[in-house]
Design a protein around this ligand. Structure first.
Ligand code: BGC
Ligand code: CA
Length: 289
């Protein structure tokens, strides 16, 4: 599987890719540079939407525009790039920001927070419901990251990066309640920490490894590693399936935390990469509120 650099974006903290199957475009963010990146593979065009706040994740809103999880709460962003605050559940925590986020199978937006210092368990996982109200679903999180749901909609997978683990929860589709936490994947020592993830049509997890130069593929039922994709960037941050047949894995990366030598050795750090896979992925879900 050959990894290809598709956008040499030199992102400081590229993250949160999401595939728009309607327009066949990929959206992703640069958290600290406060940007939404847009990539249109058919036209080979890129563009950006500047945002006013550090943006941890963006999802497409079915009714138009986007929903973003930022350092100052959830925002609606319209096609013109105008930003409107929906709700800031952590007004009293100025040292936290939102990080990774994704929509669940019914189109609620889940996103979690973290301390800017990355080493304090002050973060929480929130869900923005379709009526634009917010609920806190998990607490005591250090770096809230990857999210994925099984196709039977009964299980949610979740990563709090410093644990080096992927946890699974029983997921109540009606209410969004999470119960029965267990650990399903553990990233080996010396391979960095798990960051964003996605799930394929076979139910296997594809986990980006920050500090690990790779995306790894895991069977969450057995905890077994099924393979890996080497990426020419150390800080591999997230991945999502895209393309007409959902068999192309888009991978984001970061330049942050690299020294001169590492940047020289891996000049495309911060780029957007793509690799053709031998499996089908799952579609990114739009926000349905
Ligand atoms: C965060 C980074 C963090 C990294 C560690 C990312 O999702 O945005 O700030 O260093 O996760 O995995
Ligand atoms: Ca992330």
């Amino acid at each position: 599987m050959e990894v290809q650099l598709v956008v040499d974006a030199k992102a400081t903290l590229g993250e949160g890719p999401t595939w728009d199957h309607r327009t066949q475009r990929l959206y992703w963010v640069d958290i600290v540079e406060k940007k939404i990146h847009i990539y249109d593979p058919k036209k080979n065009e890129t563009s950006q939407i500047p945002v006013d706040h550090q943006i941890g994740a963006v999802v497409v809103r079915e009714s138009g525009g986007f929903i973003a999880a930022t350092e100052n709460g959830f925002y609606a962003i319209n096609e013109q790039g105008e930003q409107t605050l929906i709700v800031d559940p952590e007004k009293e925590l100025p040292h936290n920001r939102f990080n990774d986020g994704k929509c669940d199978p019914v189109g609620r937006f889940w996103a979690g927070t973290m301390h800017f210092d990355e080493d304090k368990p002050t973060g929480s996982l929130y869900v923005l419901d379709r009526d634009l109200t917010v609920r806190k679903m998990l607490t005591g999180i250090t770096i809230s990251n990857g999210l994925a749901w099984t196709s039977d909609q009964k299980t949610m997978y979740y990563i709090d990066s410093p644990t080096k683990q992927v946890a699974a929860f029983d997921f109540d589709l009606e209410t969004g309640e999470l119960t029965n936490k267990r650990i399903v994947v553990t990233i080996p020592d010396g391979e960095g920490i798990p960051d964003g993830m996605t799930i394929d049509a076979d139910g296997n997890l594809w986990v980006a490894q920050w500090g690990g130069y790779k995306v790894s593929k895991w069977n969450p039922h057995t905890g077994e590693k099924l393979g890996e994709i080497k990426v020419p960037a150390k800080q591999v941050t997230s991945c999502v399936f895209g393309g007409e047949n959902l068999d192309e894995l888009y991978i984001t990366s970061a330049r942050r935390g690299l020294d001169e030598k590492e940047l020289e050795a891996y000049p495309h750090s911060g780029g957007l990469f793509r690799v053709k896979t031998d499996v089908k992925g799952t579609e990114s879900v739009f926000f349905k509120g």
